[in-house]
Ligand binder design. Structure first.
Ligand code: ADP
Length: 399
């Protein structure tokens, strides 16, 4: 570890109760160390640090994000040099909501921090912990550039027709209500890799990217520019996710308020944390879901079917929006690993030029790969996402 962090970018993803971190070399993507600080604010927190010399894992109380980042600094010092002497060239911060203001990686100063904080009303669960991460990291590492990379940035280009909700225009304007989209760093990175894999100019390609992790989103990308995406004002819209409902009739909210007597926080919690696969089946992890399906659990089977149905609906919509698609790419924990979802979401589409090759789809492989048959007009790819590398590269631009 001692010299391993030289020349790396520290990528920080500071969430509501956890902080993920990774030391990434921006040129070749090498990871010199990574870890997770979790269950912040709970009686029993945990820090895990993987580095070239082994792993550190500790269970202890982590009172707040400030204490968490201090611990990160301590474990780094334990196996090498103190963080501020560890040779890192920049810090890249994953920031969830950039609103209408931020649409490219941005060098952080006090005014930028204030603006990200101001956007908290649009992302109350995400931007506040992002801001704390920013502030503490700037205190610990005052002499190197800190760069904010926004999850919404790639979707800044959405055409007005795709970005606009059909609600009262004055209300929308006053409250900045529009479709922003999220997971943009992943969609941008993966679509770029897909073009490179096919040895094609991104400007020539119509792409659909399916980012299927705990959160899930789809995007339609024309000539390298996003023209639609499934997440909206918040990351709740769109596909079925681990614990989020994705699309529902907003009437459900009024009904829950009026007939079930739930207040707005309870409804928020229900739709963001207790719905999706979890709500339908009792489990949010896709592997656990498939185990239940294998055991003949009917709720799990329905959850799977709803998940795939929603996915197919978006794929179909985006094919029409794009006027035909050249490449469909799966990414994220589910997209990269799950054979069934890839097969079922594109089954029986031969008339639309899409044929997944069964043997290629089943191949156990962690590389970028093609799973479509040679007779498929549309290339179907699996590309592991690497948001940390994308953030590290964006941050390194400022060095
Ligand atoms: P996040 O959105 O938190 O980054 P990930 O992209 O890591 O999430 O995806 C997590 C999801 O991927 C979980 O539902 C998990 O079950 C699923 N997953 C990971 N590995 C596999 C696998 N080998 N087979 C099926 N699902 C997997």
């Amino acid at each position: 570890m001692t010299d391993a962090t030289d020349g790396t970018v520290l990528v920080i993803n500071s969430g509501s109760s956890s902080i993920k971190f990774q030391f990434v070399r921006p040129d070749d993507g090498h990871t010199a160390g990574s870890g997770l600080i979790e269950r912040i604010g709970e009686p029993e927190g945990r820090i895990i640090f993987h580095h070239s010399g082994g792993d550190i894992e500790r269970t202890l109380t982590i009172t707040d994000h400030r204490a968490g980042l201090k611990m990160l600094s301590d474990v780094v010092a334990e196996v090498g040099r103190p963080l501020h002497e560890s040779g890192i060239i920049a810090v890249g911060h994953r920031i969830v909501h950039g609103g209408k203001v931020f649409y490219e990686p941005t060098l952080i100063d006090d005014a930028v921090v204030r603006e990200i904080d101001r956007l908290s009303s649009l992302a109350p669960l995400h931007n506040p912990p992002n801001v704390i991460g920013l502030e503490v990291a700037r205190e610990e590492l005052p002499d190197i550039p800190h760069v904010a990379v926004f999850d919404t940035a790639f979707f800044h280009s959405l055409p007005a027709a795709a970005a606009t909700y059909a609600i009262d225009r004055e209300v929308a304007k006053e409250h900045d209500i529009r479709r922003y989209g999220f997971h943009g760093t992943s969609h941008e990175y993966v679509s770029g890799r897909a073009a490179a894999f096919l040895d094609r100019d991104p400007a020539e390609l119509n792409q659909i990217v399916l980012h299927l992790g705990n959160g899930a989103s789809a995007s339609a990308i024309k000539g390298g520019t996003a023209i639609d995406t499934s997440m909206g004002l918040t990351p709740l819209e769109g596909l079925v996710m681990g614990t989020r409902s994705g699309d529902i009739d907003p009437g459900v909210v009024f009904h829950l308020r009026r007939s079930a007597g739930l207040d707005v926080d309870e409804i928020d919690n229900l739709l963001n944390r207790k719905s999706g696969l979890l709500g339908l089946s009792g489990v949010n992890d896709f592997r656990a879901l498939l185990n239940l399906v294998g055991e003949g659990d009917e709720d799990a089977k329905l959850a799977y079917d709803v998940y795939v149905h929603r996915l197919r609906r978006y794929i179909g919509a985006y094919m029409v929006e794009l006027g035909g698609v050249d490449v469909i790419t799966f990414t994220g924990g589910v997209g990269e690993n799950n054979i069934d979802v890839r097969r079922d979401s594109l089954a029986d589409l031969e008339r639309l030029g899409i044929v997944v090759d069964d043997a290629r789809n089943k191949e156990e492989n962690r590389d970028e790969r093609r799973i479509s048959s040679d007779r498929s007009d549309v290339a179907v790819l699996v590309i592991p996402t690497d948001e940390e590398l994308a953030i590290a590269r964006a941050a390194a631009e400022f060095v």
